[in-house]
Design a protein around this ligand. Structure first.
Ligand SMILES: NC(=O)c1ccc[n+]([C@@H]2O[C@H](COP(=O)([O-])OP(=O)(O)OC[C@H]3O[C@@H](n4cnc5c(N)ncnc54)[C@H](O)[C@@H]3O)[C@@H](O)[C@H]2O)c1
Length: 337
């Protein structure tokens, strides 16, 4: 992991979530002072445990759609970096309150961009491969404009992220803030929320609990899975790079797997005889997803390092450690739902 020359005061909005908690740890490891701003909407409170033992870590509970807490505004002049990860990332969670999801992306991003302008901090938005929708171009390059449905149930997230990108690029064009935009593709690893309905956490939890394995569609749809520490390295490289920030950068694993192959990898690590139940594909679920990471390779000298089987093994070990009796009961309820 890179080291900063000087300790920086860094704000991570959404830092208590899955990717955010790993990012906060990596920033602490290189010597930053980290303020994590999070409303705990989808965060697992366990994610904060180790972070809070570090005296350079500070947790502030707050919602980015509200005016930013005075304690953060008061230190604006010292904040050097702002990472915006605040937004529920899995469909069941971001669709539970779609208005809040849209406002998080639009109002929340505006609040954080204005903080960046006020403080002169560099701002990084975690956008998403969802801005490409159900893509007609494969693999997806940053100049592909997407095939997105603005009337469907995923629009609050997809269109919210597109609006957040538009606003960030406007701040850059008008020299109001220095920005970086990462388009994140499927990421997995420890600290994922077991009930968020994502395919990796679903399959691992189902295999660990011996529950029926649920596959949406026929399992032939593809995804690319990036291990979380690789993703965090990419985000930090992008933030610290001197590239022209007025272009987004895809971050993800260019290796493409069908969901059926992912299931075989999971079953190799966690043997299970549970039957596979095939369910209907959710509305607007993309059939293929794979990043072109040429820009990240060229500009950041970055590409994922963790093979799928190794990453799934680490993730499964972490979930297994979480499976005490109470959590097991919760998972069984979720998986049965
Ligand atoms: N995990 C992925 O595969 C993936 C893929 C593409 C993009 N992303 C993006 O990366 C970011 C992090 O994703 P994640 O997987 O860690 O999701 P996550 O749900 O685990 O983390 C999101 C965090 O943001 C917080 N949050 C949500 N709304 C908020 C609000 N209004 N104010 C303050 N905090 C708020 C949540 O409590 C949570 O801690 C998200 O912006 C997501 O859109 C993730």
């Amino acid at each position: 992991m890179m080291r900063a020359d000087n300790p920086k005061l860094t704000l991570v909005a959404g830092g208590a979530g899955f990717i955010g908690s790993h990012l906060c740890q990596a920033l602490l490891d290189r010597g930053d002072h980290v303020i994590c701003l999070d409303n705990l909407q989808t965060a697992n409170p366990d994610n904060l445990g180790e972070l809070e033992r570090n005296p350079r870590f500070e947790f502030v509970e707050g919602d980015v759609i509200q005016p930013l807490p005075p304690g953060i505004i008061a230190r604006a002049g010292r904040i050097r970096r702002i990472y915006n990860l605040a937004c529920a990332a899995s469909p069941p969670h971001y669709q539970a309150d779609p208005e809040h999801t849209m406002l998080t992306n639009v109002i929340g991003t505006d609040h954080l961009l204005r903080l960046a302008e006020m403080s002169g901090a560099r701002f990084l938005l975690t956008s998403t491969s969802e801005v490409y929708g159900d893509p007609e171009m494969h693999p997806q390059r940053e100049d592909y404009r997407g095939w997105v449905n603005c009337t469907g149930p995923r629009a609050c997230y997809d269109e919210g992220k597109r609006a957040a990108e538009a606003m960030a690029f406007d701040f850059a064009r008008m020299n109001r803030a220095e920005i970086r935009v990462a388009r994140i593709f499927n990421t997995y690893g420890p600290h994922m929320n077991p009930d968020d309905g994502r395919v990796v956490s679903n399959l691992i939890c189902q295999a660990l609990t011996g529950s029926p394995i649920t596959l949406y569609g026929d399992g032939s749809q593809t995804r690319s899975f990036c291990y979380v520490t690789d993703m965090v390295e990419g985000l930090m490289r992008l933030m610290e790079s001197d590239i022209d920030g007025r272009e987004p950068v895809n971050l993800g694993n260019p290796e493409e797997f069908t969901i059926s192959v992912l299931l075989e990898v999971v079953r190799d690590i966690i043997p299970t005889r549970a039957a596979v139940q095939y369910l209907a594909l959710p509305i607007d679920d993309p059939r293929r997803r794979k990043p072109d990471i040429g820009r990240a390779r060229l500009l950041l000298r970055w590409e994922p390092q963790t093979p799928l089987a190794a990453g799934i093994a680490k993730t499964a070990a972490w979930f297994a450690g979480q499976l005490d009796t109470e959590k097991l009961r919760i998972k069984e309820r979720v998986i049965a739902a």
